[in-house]
Design a protein. Structure first.
Lengths: 476, 555
């Protein structure tokens, strides 16, 4: 009977791998849900540091709401009639014009207005999850491949592969290149795909990077543009963290700035954005696709029928994002808080002798714990991850869940804790854990103090001079 | 801020007109709204169009200039996927084509009294005042009010794909109530999705591999071709239903469809039905549901019941949900084969909120569908609001009763108006539309004849109704006419136009007959038509083989 039931469903339903939810990334969440930290009710519970959520600026949104009671859907400003009926019935998959207009302007603002977004080239989707899947449906047939630089967001295995039947071929990035994208790595991935007899339809990447928390340089982006030009393939740039690039002046470069100089590539380049990270509203499920390719926009718009954004939510956000004074203030203040919080995390890690990849964006750090591994393998990584989860009480994400090919890296989120105190407690737990190891095994097999730390020069300290750091990045 | 309000206000227009042009039927807008033209071709190999012999014809007849490709070089198209370019979204159907006429010339009682009246939109606009009243009395349900803003942060961050518990529980309760309280829904089996559109596709992804087929009784909702087939590459194969028995599904029709499917080498994975039916507006009786049940049990295939119009049943026998039959729990019945789709777009008239629900008795389907729901979750803001609204049981009881009363009233007003000019509709007790029988008005009893009449209705009578061929109906001459997306005055205007049209058609027929009598044409069919006009309408339901004009003429 059970056997029969399985046959009755589709392969997608029977397949437990490609939706990716069995990876440790998700297992950590489950464990957290069983035993979540609470300062009073469960002070020894697990602290959630695996969730790339931005809770630092909610007060700004709440303050705005309190000043704009007219955004409730059942009263118009003059009290004469109601929006309710209009919104209840609104189901045009082109979206509320006011919302798309405001969203396009917000996207331009987030990119320093160096590029302009046209509302007509924007497709609204139910979150970035759906935006990415729709793009793959538009660009790839089953069995076609996308090249994705490692480490990458674990959810991509679900978003890009599960229902589309497309494949991901990793572009192996390495710590020796600071996980930067190189032409060599791109070509290597391409030939790897060719060897597997896969047709490569494009490159997909996150910029700012999830999980690295870094932005891509002109050099990287240009070399990427050369690559998709030479191979005549697509480029999907997931820029959902664009609003979290917190260095000043901002160093995030949108792919649209590159395309502006290479207009012949415009129909091959597609952008994904969202309000889940930039505004910290994941519950509202607002994602978007931006493309200059008319066919892609046309097909994607039709596909958006499978996951439109609630008109109620569009209405609220149209008002909020349409308030330019508010968004300008929000963008600056949100970045300031992210910068501050990240510094605190980096300092805390440092106090435990742990370094991380220098970053300037995102809601997380890419943390180097290679020296804490009992042996330099993924088993060693998993072992350390379990210790972190069960012993130290921190839910962080192991690099292997992000398909990192070097064991010992972890993604640690810092913006989902409302207050500094929780972060400080997490760091205290970490310090105690490290001290205990050191105590038990003085001068032991690990290379934490004695061994070479090849990345030391750039690993640490976000707090170093911004401009120097930025210059370095560009020189590279 | 103010700009937003202005835009909303300026485009929120007269009451009988959708608020924001362009608007879409069942979340599916006219292709003409697209900022860019879609690819012009419908793949001839496309399974979804193969069951509709009319599809290509309709396109060739109606393809407006704007459907021609513009801009993108062919090389770019080659870089895209087959799905993006194969037209499997089926927006090129005449179902959506009629929207062009409406959008170019929309009716307005004072500003454009001669414009096209939208009767192709299965929208429920009759009870929004009730919902608004509730919202006004319950400001705490919104996170945007001083009363409710304390929940803002929690709600904005909530992204668990199980849904807000309050929402799931309230939806389950509401679904029970809409089915007369004779069934129970387990909130843990409620899976949300981006509208019924997303729910249907999710089920197809869960149950079928590319090339597998679902059987579906005709006539059926045109966008199922998109929802079930486009991205999943599953197929829909028709179960042909006939007017002779009121388009009921019979065991024989099921067997025929199953057998024909076998010849196409497609593996049949299930049956998909709408109950209440879109476009028929009828509900299934227990016997039919039992027949379906036995059939899927015997063949070991799935049964998907789309019950999104469950809350629109307004008269006679109560709506019997498939869940009721499943719960009756006869020993030989495997409930894990049954999956229900529900939504709040029709029952509550909230299509803009994009709430679709999958309810399955199959644990693996629940688990998989829930994972897939990540691709189309309902906004937490909306979940929060509706969770509060639907858990107010006193309100939902009152709403459902009043909604049924108003729908019944409108339905009666409309069908009576049609009856007075001799037009019959299929007897129905649910839905937001009538299945109107214009077979006696066809010049030719062919799909071409139907489209010809349809063009006259759209362009001259100025009513955007939907031709049966768009619903894969095999008998030409049937039209779906929506009646709940407008106010009473507009309904009266539409009826006036229909009366005038029928009168003129009758006069024209009489003239024609006189002319022909003069010529002593020897044709029983032609001669009898004008006199038999009304009778024919009256007898429409008995006509057994409408494909043969001779039979019809002598009936």
């Amino acid at each position: 009977m059970n056997h029969r039931k399985l046959i009755d469903l589709s392969k997608k339903a029977g397949c437990n791998i490609s939706h990716g939810q069995n990876s440790s990334y998700f297992l950590g969440w489950q464990e957290y849900e069983r035993n979540p930290y609470h300062p009073i009710n469960n002070p020894s519970g697990i602290i959630q540091m695996g969730l790339a959520e931005n809770q630092l600026s909610f007060d700004l949104l709440e303050e705005w709401l309190s000043k704009h009671p007219e955004t409730t859907i059942f009263s118009k400003a003059d009290g004469s009639a109601s929006f309710f009926r209009d919104l209840a019935l609104f189901q045009d998959y082109h979206g509320l014009p006011a919302f798309k207009h405001a969203l396009a302007e917000f996207m331009s603002d987030l990119r320093g207005n160096r590029v302009i977004f046209e509302p007509s080239k924007l497709v609204l989707t139910a979150g970035a999850t759906s935006a990415n899947e729709i793009l793959v449906f538009c660009l790839a047939d089953p069995g076609d491949a996308f090249l994705v630089p490692t480490p990458y967001y674990p959810g991509f295995d679900r978003d890009l592969k599960w229902r589309t039947g497309a494949e991901i071929v990793p572009i192996q990035c390495s710590s020796t290149d600071y996980f930067r994208l190189t032409r060599t790595a791109l070509e290597r991935a391409y030939s790897c795909a060719t060897k597997r007899k896969l047709r490569v339809k494009g490159v997909l990447l996150t910029n700012p990077s999830n999980p690295l928390g870094t932005t891509m340089s002109w050099t990287e982006l240009n070399s990427l543009a050369d690559f998709i030009d030479a191979r005549r393939i697509h480029l999907i740039c997931d820029e959902i963290y664009s609003g979290t690039n917190f260095d000043f002046p901002a160093s995030f470069i949108s792919i649209r700035e590159i395309v502006a100089e290479r207009s012949h590539l415009s129909s091959q380049v597609h952008i994904v954005c969202s309000l889940s990270k930039d505004l910290g509203l994941p519950g509202f499920r607002v994602g978007a696709i931006y493309s200059d390719n008319e066919l892609v926009i046309s097909a994607a718009t039709k596909m958006s029928s499978f996951g439109l954004v609630s008109s109620q939510t569009q209405h609220l956000l149209a008002a909020m994002l349409g308030d330019k004074e508010f968004t300008a203030k929000y963008i600056v203040e949100n970045k300031r808080r992210l910068r501050e919080r990240r510094s605190r995390l980096v300092a805390g890690l440092e106090s435990a002798g742990i370094g991380c990849l220098e970053g300037n964006a995102g809601l997380f750090c890419w943390v180097d714990m290679r020296h804490l591994l009992e042996n330099p393998s993924f088993e060693g990584e998993t072992k350390l991850w379990k210790k972190m989860l069960f012993q130290v009480g921190l839910n962080i994400s192991p690099g292997s869940s992000c398909h990192c090919n070097e064991p010992g890296w972890f993604r640690v989120c810092f913006a989902n804790m409302t207050d500094h105190a929780t972060l400080d407690l997490a760091m205290q737990r970490l310090r105690e854990f490290i001290n205990a190891i050191d105590h038990r095994a003085p001068g032991g097999g690990r290379n934490r103090r004695s061994g070479p730390v090849p990345l030391a020069r750039w690993l640490l300290r976000f707090s170093s001079s911004e401009s120097v750091r930025r210059a370095e990045q560009h020189l590279r | 801020m103010c700009g937003t309000l202005n835009v909303l206000r300026s485009s929120s227009s007269p009451r009988s007109r959708p608020p924001f042009p362009p608007i879409i039927p069942n979340s599916h807008p006219s292709v003409l709204h697209s900022h860019f033209s879609p690819p012009p071709t419908l793949s001839s190999s496309s399974s979804s169009s193969s069951s509709s012999p009319l599809c290509s014809l309709i396109i060739s007849l109606h393809s407006p200039l704007s459907l021609l490709p513009m801009g993108p070089p062919e090389a770019t198209e080659a870089l895209l996927s087959e799905i993006a370019t194969n037209g499997g979204h089926c927006e090129n159907s005449s179902y959506f084509d009629g929207w062009k006429a409406y959008d170019q010339d929309p009716y307005h009682p004072t500003e454009n009294p001669d414009g096209v009246i939208q009767m192709g939109l299965a929208e429920n606009q009759l009870c929004h005042d009730l919902l608004e009243g509730w919202l006004r009395e319950n400001p705490a349900a919104s996170i945007c009010t001083p009363e409710g803003s304390s929940q803002f942060k929690f709600v904005a961050n909530f992204q668990d794909y199980h849904g807000l518990p309050s929402f799931r529980f309230a939806v389950a309760k509401f679904m029970e109530k809409a089915r007369g309280g004779r069934v129970t829904f387990d909130p843990n089996r409620i899976v949300m999705s981006g509208g019924a559109t997303g729910a249907q596709e999710t089920l197809a992804f869960c149950l079928a591999n590319p090339g597998d087929a679902f059987l579906i009784p005709t006539p059926y909702y045109p966008a199922f071709d998109r929802d079930f087939c486009w991205r999943t590459k599953a197929r829909l194969l028709p179960i042909h239903c006939e007017s002779s028995n009121g388009f009921k599904i019979t065991a024989a029709a099921l067997d025929d469809a199953y057998e024909s499917a076998g010849k196409t080498k497609a593996r049949v994975k299930g049956i998909l039905v709408t109950n209440p039916s879109n476009p028929l507006g009828t509900t299934m009786d227990r016997e039919t549901l039992q027949t379906l049940f036995s059939f899927v049990n015997e063949k070991r295939i799935h049964l998907i019941c789309d019950e999104i119009f469950g809350g629109t049943v307004f008269k006679s026998q109560p709506f019997v949900s498939v869940v009721e039959i499943a719960a009756a729990g006869e020993a030989n019945i495997d409930r894990s084969l049954v999956h229900v789709v529900s939504s709040l777009s029709k029952d509550l008239g909230l299509p803009g909120f994009r709430v679709g629900i999958i309810y399955s008795f199959n644990d693996a389907v629940v688990a998989t569908a829930r994972k897939m729901s990540s691709f189309g979750l309902v906004s937490s803001q909306t979940q929060h609001l509706l969770g509060a609204m639907l858990s107010d049981e006193e309100f939902t009881s009152r709403y459902l009763a009043e909604n049924a009363r108003r729908l019944a009233e409108r339905h009666e007003e409309f069908t009576d108006g049609l009856k007075r000019v001799g037009i019959r509709c299929l007897d129905s007790n649910g839905g937001l539309f009538c299945w109107m029988d214009l077979r006696p008005m066809l010049k030719e009893k062919t799909p071409d004849g139907e489209l010809e009449l349809w063009r006259v209705i759209v362009n001259e009578v100025k009513l955007n109704v939907s031709p049966g061929s768009a619903f894969h109906c095999r008998e030409p001459g049937w039209f779906r006419v929506c009646f709940a997306n407008m106010d009473g005055e507009t309904t009266a205007t539409a009826l006036r136009r229909i009366r005038r049209f029928v009168e003129r058609a009758r006069e024209a027929e009489e003239k024609e007959v006189k002319r022909k009598e003069k010529k002593r044409w020897d044709s029983g069919l032609r001669l009898s038509l004008p006199r038999r006009f009304d009778q024919n309408f009256a007898m429409a339901a008995i006509i057994s083989s409408p494909h043969s004009p001779l039979v019809q003429a002598t009936n």
